[in-house]
Design a protein around this ligand. Sequence first.
Ligand SMILES: C[S@@+](CC[C@H](N)C(=O)[O-])C[C@H]1O[C@@H](n2cnc3c(N)ncnc32)[C@H](O)[C@@H]1O
Length: 291
Amino acid sequence: MREGQPSRTAVQNALFRALEARRPARRRVADDPLAVRFLTPGFRVVAGLARVRVAAAVIEAFIDHRWPCVRGGVVARTRLIDEKVAAELPQVRQAVILGAGFDSRAYRLPAMRQVTVFEVDHPATQAAKRQAVQRSVGGPAGQVRFVPVIFGADDPAAKLADAGFEPGAMTLVLWEGVTNYLVPEAVDATFTFLAGVLGSGSPVVFTYVHRGIIDGTAVFEGADTTLRAVRRVGEPFTFGFDPAQLGGYLAARGFDLEWDTKVSEAAADLYPAGKCPPVPAYYHVAGARRR
Ligand SMILES: C[S@@+](CC[C@H](N)C(=O)[O-])C[C@H]1O[C@@H](n2cnc3c(N)ncnc32)[C@H](O)[C@@H]1O
């Protein structure tokens, strides 16, 4: 991330969700009506233009050219994660959203209102999110706590404890769109910290990229262009998992891997036949559970 600036990729993800949200309900794969309110003024203009169908087609074609496969992947994973999170929330007392960016789930999913939600993020992104929440929904909902943390530098357990997190309680953890921007030590430290504070049975939903696009051992459509694009905005991909080794990695840290879905497979199920935009086959959403 660029010094003192909110994450560019977090802002872009909100734009992709806002563009999807303006489609008619019957053609929408994911619905995040708050995303547009979290946008920067410039991106809000883009989302406004996209209400005109032809303009939307041009904007989406431009995005898909610059960031091949990314927009469709963000939309598909939003829907998949919404469903997974909604299914888990009734069983937990609290939720932790790591690297929350402009995630609006704490404000739009009814089941999120029943639990304490800790939004954990880099201070620079979180400062922008706080302003966006204030501007768009009049301030954080009563159950939301903001916790500024730099993964790999801060102690998230101490910061969460200061914010009122209950160690040992059943907790939903969402870690979407973040592991690929961290060094391996920070990913390891985060799973280790989670194993230390989560109650047995707590679900962890997270995303990752196939390690092959980081170390050059695998080739996927759109990956090269996306790797160049994220480097250009100062947020290079630095970490990925080998899907074949993910279960063992998690088991060694006290978690059972329950499911692991390629975003491209989720998209193929979610989009109507013939309407699926390019979606990355290297991007995964996975679910694990604390033993
Ligand atoms: C691509 S955005 C994902 C945001 C949101 N979860 C989503 O899926 O739209 C990456 C997020 O990770 C956060 N992030 C990246 N590196 C971080 C670090 N070292 N410490 C804390 N947060 C970090 C950024 O602030 C940003 O919110």
